[in-house]
Design a protein around this ligand. Structure first.
Ligand SMILES: O=P(O)(O)OC[C@H]1O[C@](O)(COP(=O)(O)O)[C@@H](O)[C@@H]1O
Ligand SMILES: [Mg+2]
Ligand SMILES: [Mg+2]
Length: 336
């Protein structure tokens, strides 16, 4: 069977042997995420027809108005994972604290925890612009059969065993890694099956696209301002093209295919940046590095940052390796 016709289910099974902890547990977990993605996709595709757009009326721990689709996607992913008794803990952008699964059941031999951003790009839901879901998977560090603790969630990004995203766009794709490269699968909506459409995805080392909310420009650190001016300068292969969808998943996906850099720096408005280390930056950083790209906070490798809080934010620069290194160079120079 040619690589192209392979379904996600087949690919997951075939590639579990490449994974050193093979017990089939990660396979079942990835398949659960695949299922939840299809359910959420069904609702996203009819946003506007059904009562799924607009605010849900609550504010989440990030201080953001929860959108109905944020809440719906959160419920679907958590229920799908809970029901299958496939993990021992879950953390989500939409949940104040982490969720412990079946902690009283000492037979709960599950080894994995999942961190999710159930709906990424919430500001785009109501305006029919692509949105996504982001997931990150770790092995627990506390003994199996005991309730998970915060330590299981505050692991450095390089401890991830798998990460991925779903983009609900012109087509719906699931893109993931287990540390052996990055592969993308497109949903055939007629039969509800994901097919391998983008094998071995890789960031071009250089690109001509920069993605950043320039509306915050005056609040950016000097190094970032200098880098944006560098991108806009008439010189060599520049100016680069500015493209900003406002959904991290979609901006990342485009830049991975075409070559580009995404920046959400810290600013006088957001001293730590906006994006969340555990369920946005770490999974995208794992994917970026597995796809020959790079991810940093301007100075440190994202996946080497030791988390201290569940919902902590970090400045985020991610994309084509040479472009990220150039941005880091401007940040370092501005510091001197
Ligand atoms: O509107 P801003 O400040 O440019 O922020 C957009 C960024 O915030 C996010 O929407 C944050 O993610 P959520 O929608 O999951 O909260 C990113 O997807 C996006 O890149
Ligand atoms: Mg997000
Ligand atoms: Mg979100």
């Amino acid at each position: 069977m040619s690589k192209q016709n392979k379904t996600l289910g087949e690919f997951i099974i075939e590639n579990q042997t490449a994974f050193k902890y093979t017990t089939g547990e990660l396979t079942r977990l990835l398949n659960s995420i695949r299922l939840a993605a299809k359910v959420v996709n069904h609702e996203v595709n009819k946003a506007g027809l059904v009562d799924i757009i607009g605010a849900a009326g609550d504010v989440n721990i990030q201080g953001e108005d929860q959108q109905k689709l944020d809440v719906y996607a959160n419920d679907i992913f958590i229920q799908t994972l809970k029901k299958r008794n496939i993990v021992c803990g879950i953390a989500s952008e939409e949940e104040d604290d982490f969720i412990t699964i079946n902690s009283q059941d000492s037979n709960n031999q599950n080894k994995y925890i999942v961190l999710i951003d159930p709906l990424d790009g919430s500001s785009n839901i109501d305006v029919n612009v692509s949105v996504g879901t982001i997931f990150s998977i770790y092995r627990r560090v506390t003994p199996v059969g005991t309730p998970v603790t915060i330590e299981d969630f505050l692991q450095e990004g390089h401890q991830q065993v798998a990460a991925g995203y779903v983009v609900y766009g012109t087509s719906t794709m699931l893109v993931y890694t287990t540390g052996a490269g990055v592969n993308g699968f497109t949903l055939n909506p007629a039969i509800g099956t994901f097919y391998l459409s983008h094998p071995d995805m890789s960031f071009p080392e250089d690109g001509q696209i920069y993605s950043c909310n320039e509306g915050n420009y005056i609040h950016f650190p000097q190094g970032i301002k200098d880098y944006i001016k560098y991108c806009q300068k008439e010189e060599g292969d520049r100016p680069y093209t500015s493209r900003y969808i406002g959904s991290l998943v979609s901006d990342f996906h485009r830049n991975m295919i075409k070559g580009g850099i995404y920046l959400y720096p810290k600013s006088s408005k957001n001293p730590q940046g906006k994006l969340r280390l555990l369920y946005e930056c770490n999974p995208m950083a794992f994917l970026a590095e597995q796809a020959n790209g790079k991810a940093s906070d301007g100075f440190r490798r994202i996946m080497d940052i030791k988390p201290t809080e569940l919902h902590e934010r970090v400045p985020f620069i991610c994309g084509s390796k040479n472009m990220v290194e150039k941005a880091e160079e401007f940040e370092r120079n501005a510091k001197q």
